[in-house]
Ligand binder design. Structure first.
Ligand SMILES: [Fe+2]
Length: 495
């Protein structure tokens, strides 16, 4: 490949003979940072009307965590592929979090991961709802006010990157109002219509949750207590034009073990799912809780208003606390909360009646899928199409794409092929698009057998056709969790 520059390298203290399943194979981390101003086209053509950036955060550890490593402990590396005038550029950069910098200086891990007791950490301080964790900022990435922002599922800082160059822009301060004592959770929601970013955080101290609104000028303009019944483990939120939707789900840290300093997630099928609807600038007292069948939901795909009802869609888990045989290895036990077939995740719809307070719910698909993406123009509004990923049985890897048509129930599936795994796949509306699925799907693959990665572009109108373009990345990349799309016209310095 030509025109590719190695621009950085980070020292790794991982063992040379590493055998951890989430640090080898498709999860083998990188240590290098690259610039590729003009990605090599392997096949097809980059559409001229694909304009913007696809950003992907990955879990890319360079220190092993004290004790047992969990993939969500991994340091953040962000990849960007930018599409402009039928060409594509690429960059990847570590997110230089306070935790990564401290461990780099020490030359070894300073914090224990989520699978270990906090007391094992060398450092007394730290981040996360659990406490004494490294804020790896490797869970999520969004673009707000023209800046890429990474975040951590356990709550922490928000790290700001230039969405084109991935230059480090420091941490979010929100003009001095950032709640540094708790941090914020992954899955902030950016409403492109208003420029607002809706956020939440959670912890082990009452009121156990807060909800906030950050405006287009990056100022925290609203921040309220959300009183839950105890410490909970929310992961995602949703919003409509007028409401934010928070949740209190019956899978949380066992309170008795928590009192002794341990953190064991337990599903309580005797408790309902609680869905909280609050006006987007509403006070704590205005939240209305709806009860539904017990489950855990990692990700909501969308929410919208329909007359007197709030419609919420996401992935219902039939088995939020999967069990494994007693003789299973740590690695098998680790995977149980990470595989879609383990948790049995299926697309589901809840209807919350604001007049009667009643909830009705229905399963929308029998397919196991998760990590949904929509045409961003339809978020918070009624939508038809959901683009999701399918998972490798028993493991956390994405082996294909699934397009669900909410009007007909019809589904289209595309498999990446043996040993090839994709990323959370974003939908990029075509410039001048006229229909909801008039656009492109973008994913980054990790091809284990051939030790390489590609960027694939699909037509969102028909994913069964396979990629309409394939671009070669400079190096095989690690797997990860979340991604986003930002159109060129939303980015400063784009042209
Ligand atoms: Fe997530």
């Amino acid at each position: 490949m030509t025109n590719i520059e190695l621009v950085g390298r980070v020292l790794s203290s991982l063992p040379a003979d590493d055998d951890h399943p989430y640090r080898t194979g498709a999860w083998a981390p990188q240590t290098t940072e690259w610039d590729a101003p003009d990605l090599e086209l392997v096949e097809g053509a980059i559409p001229d009307d694909l304009d913007g950036v696809y950003l992907r955060n990955t879990e890319n550890p360079v220190a092993p965590s004290i004790g047992r490593y969990h993939p969500f402990d991994g340091d953040a590396m962000v990849h960007v592929v930018g599409f402009r005038d039928g060409k594509a550029f690429y960059r990847n950069r570590f997110v230089r979090t306070d935790g990564l910098l401290a461990e780099q200086e020490a030359g070894h891990a300073l914090w224990a991961g989520i699978s270990e007791r906090p007391s094992k950490a060398i450092r007394e301080d730290g981040w996360g709802a659990r406490g004494r964790m490294k804020d790896s900022s490797s869970t999520d990435v969004v673009v707000h006010a023209g800046v890429a922002i990474t975040s951590f599922y356990q709550c922490g800082d928000m790290y700001r990157l230039d969405p084109l160059t991935l230059d480090d822009l420091g941490k979010s301060t929100w003009h001095g109002q950032f709640p540094s004592d708790v941090g914020v959770s992954a899955h902030p929601k950016v409403d492109e219509r208003t420029g607002e970013m809706l956020v939440f955080n959670y912890g082990t101290e009452a009121p156990y949750m807060h909800y906030g609104v950050v405006d287009a000028d990056d100022r925290l303009v609203h921040y309220v207590d959300i009183e839950l019944l105890g410490p909970r483990l929310p992961h995602d939120m949703a919003y409509t034009e007028n409401y934010a939707i928070l949740n209190d789900l019956p899978l949380f840290w066992d309170p008795d073990i928590l009192k002794k300093g341990g953190h064991a997630s337990r599903f309580r099928p005797d408790l309902p799912t609680r869905l909280g609807v609050i006006p987007r600038r509403g006070q704590s007292s205005e939240i209305r809780w709806f009860e539904a069948d017990p489950t855990y939901v990692l990700h909501w795909s969308n929410a919208y208003e329909d007359g007197e009802e709030i419609v919420l869609e996401g992935y219902f888990q039939d088995n939020p606390e999967p069990t494994v045989p007693p003789e299973s290895s740590y690695y098998q036990r680790l995977s149980r909360f990470l595989s879609l077939d383990g948790m049995q995740t299926r697309l589901h719809r809840w209807r919350l009646n604001m007049r009667t307070g009643a909830t009705t719910e229905e399963r929308l698909s029998e397919s196991l899928s998760e990590f949904p993406m929509l045409n961003p123009d339809y978020i918070g509004r009624p939508h038809r199409y959901t683009y999701a990923t399918t998972g490798v049985p028993g493991f956390f890897l994405f082996d294909g794409l699934l397009k669900h048509d909410g009007a007909t129930g019809k589904e289209e599936h595309y498999s990446f092929g043996d040993g090839v795994f994709g990323s959370e796949t974003a939908m990029a509306p075509r410039i001048g698009s006229t229909a909801e699925d008039d656009g492109y799907l973008i994913t980054l693959t990790t091809d284990v057998g051939n030790d390489r990665s590609e960027c694939l572009i699909f037509s969102a109108a028909d994913v069964t056709l396979g990629p309409i373009a394939r671009l070669r990345l400079p190096e095989r990349i690690s797997s990860g969790t979340h991604s986003t799309w930002a159109s060129g016209d939303s980015l400063p310095n784009w042209r």
